[in-house]
Ligand binder design. Sequence first.
Ligand code: ADP
Ligand code: MG
Length: 392
Amino acid sequence: MIRKLAIDDVDKNLFRGKRVFVRVDFNVPIREGRVEDDYRIKKALPTIRYLMDAGARVILASHLGRPKGKRVDSLSLRPVAGHLSGLLGREVVFAEDCIGEPALKVVESLGDGDVALLENLRFHPGEKENDPEFVRQLGQLADMYVNDAFGTAHRKHASVYGLPLLFEDRFAGLLMKKELEYLGKVRENPAHPFVSIIGGAKVKDKIGVLEKLSSTSDRLLIGGAMAYTFLRARGVNTGNSLLDEESMDFAKDFLERHGDKVVLPVDHVVSDGSTVKVVSGDIPEGFAGYDIGPSTVELFKSGIENSRMVFWNGPLGMFEKEEFSSGTFEIARFLAGYREAERILGGGDTVSAIHAAGIDDGEFDHVSTGGGATLEFISGKDLPAISVLKDL
Ligand code: ADP
Ligand code: MG
């Protein structure tokens, strides 16, 4: 089991009066200077509050969007500072730049328990390039390092890869700790019967995850657009449904090896652009499948029943459109109520789908904040930003 030294594994007094650099994931949607969805900000609150309470001088840093190494005003983190201040009920000082004079000045002004937020790390090309000079400049700001940004853990960027190595005291934050605990269980020692639900758009994106989960799962429920590639590989007519042609050989081979565990959709919500209907088996010419049908919903529910652990990645249909959302939403609701199993979810669109269904994260055991990082971790890869943290 992968266990890293976290902030609550050491004496809390260690943080008093110390400047603590905390890499968070505040990559949130911002429109007209307002935070549109503060889900990721809220996920970082336990770590921020813990360090404030410990009397640390908390220096928060994040990336936002893709400014390509230069200042882009619409990608400023300033609105996040205001929003966070509201959530914490106290001032969050904003630094106009993440390095140099503006950052140093703000850090110097902090008292014990105060919080600052630095400007977007990706305004500097050195962040993505893991440039040693940029790393050194970030390093000047702090005495200790904390990583709570699981979503960027698969990147070798300065703030998550180069920077922590400058510090003897480098820790996982509380969110990072929870991600490692739950995703670690999925990856290394799932409770059985263990059921995986995999959906989404492309087989290709999920080959590593499918390979890993096929070896540990007792059942593998496959839905979403990617199910059509597998159905096609089994000789089912898939009409105009999205196919991942380049993964067809993989799908055939995968079914040969693991077919006994795999459950594929038996009916579909299809459309030809004007008519929407449910069909069983083959998809008629001119139609494409956009959601699992009602019989498949029941089939998947019974596949989940009796399990003790469930991992779900990837929507089961094009849930963004109401007429194709019921498969994903029904399975989400069923899973939320199925408390006999530990239920762990991950993937950017999967999390959006849960929220679109009106389900709170708290209804599941763990909802991962990572997209690509979650998939890489589950498929068994060592994530660079985690490898540089200390083992517990
Ligand atoms: P995640 O981000 O959770 O890993 P993916 O990015 O793999 O998920 O896939 C999500 C996308 O797949 C969604 O935008 C959804 O609309 C799309 N999708 C799912 N099922 C279908 C389908 N049958 N046809 C077309 N698109 C689909
Ligand atoms: Mg996605």
